[in-house]
Design a protein around this ligand. Sequence first.
Ligand SMILES: [Zn+2]
Length: 105
Amino acid sequence: MRTRKIPQRKCVACQQMMAKKELIRIVRSPAGETTIDLTGKKPGRGAYLCGKVSCFKLAKKSKAFDRALKAPVDVAIYDRLEAEFIQAQDEFEANKEHADDDGDE
Ligand SMILES: [Zn+2]
């Protein structure tokens, strides 16, 4: 079994570095659509956020995604992402428990 470095990413809201799987990825697709990416594999520019609604609210307040995605993100999109984020949280927590090892990577 090989050991490998755990990829670390920074939460755009609280600026904490943590393991990638502890973070939820928000991605802006080449078509300009901003969505939550639970697979972490969607193409486009990504921003990472702790799996916490409090951090989402912080990001919304400070417009952190605008900076991280290098594009203006509409308030309506923040609202939609927030709703999706709350839903995604359950799935995210469940996935985390299954992601014990590297899995298919
Ligand atoms: Zn955070």
